[in-house]
Design a protein around this ligand. Sequence first.
Ligand code: COA
Length: 321
Amino acid sequence: MAARSVIRSTGSYLPQRILTNDELAKQVDTSDEWITQRTGIRARHIAGDGEPTSFMATEAARRALEAANCGAADIDGVIVATTTPDRSFPSVAVQVQSALKLKPGPAFDVQAVCSGFVYALSVANSMIQTNMARRILVIGAEKMSSLIDWNDRTTCVLFGDGAGAVILERHEDDDGRGILSTHLYANGDLRDLLYTDGGTCTTGTAGHIVMHGREVFKNAVTYMAEIVEEVLDKNHIDANAIDWLVPHQANLRIITSTAEKLNLPMDRVVVTLDRHGNTSAASIPLALDHAVRCGDIQRGQMVLFEALGGGLTWAAALLRF
Ligand code: COA
């Protein structure tokens, strides 16, 4: 059997500052009740000046290294999924590589917005399976607050900052563990549903998030239902083989709809968005780290990741943890 990639350890970082729904309701015309009912979000973390994306990514990676009892010399490469890099270049990945004193090796960012972590995981998996690397840090890190128009109540209540990381490593044992399949999609015709109204080579600024929420919502429900079906078909399994769904944390109603499609009770779905909102590419590794550290997700269990974001992009991965 060909070697697989397993998640050896996880880590995460959330900024100190917590912004609650009630605080936001003092700034824009909204309420805790509206935000909680429509999204499931109660609070989000907001990075301070000393917490750029590279800092959060590095801290999450440091915790993953500690959890794996790995040193810098054990890591062959770094892939960071982010849509909010500190600078246009160099990448966040090379900043992490330098901060952690890792040896020279591949280090680059992946930009697929909220699907970015699953895209990055898929790339790292391919690199491990083709013997380009043995152990890769895969990180999702975002400072979404840098793209927020704080006067736009339709978006400012949704997003937050943070980072999550995993160490993905080559696994030779024939015990069924590892990444079983990854599924990556984009439909650029839907790019105007969710975008920033700026960019370095057009406006010289990063711009702010613009979202047609209802349309994104409808597409998310449809694409998530389709992709989980594809995952089950490809792996010849029933939905009841899945121990944990770790979805992108954007809206509780989207998550519930995917769980219903899988006939999965909500106590097998990892939900953390109430505490940190939509952290884009960071949301799946943040939720995963939480579930692993509190002992919910155990070695050998079947775990499904799924996400949708700007582009539109959408993606899923099935793995035996
Ligand atoms: N507080 C109070 N009212 C608000 C509000 C807020 N923060 N934001 C929007 N509203 C209002 C709207 O103005 C609208 O008012 P109107 O009926 O008078 O025009 C009303 O609430 C309903 O707006 P709508 O956009 O239809 O709400 P919704 O039920 O679709 O919920 C989202 C809005 C954004 C929560 C939801 O569409 C969503 O989650 N979309 C997908 C988001 C997502 O997944 N994005 C990221 C993928 S990475």
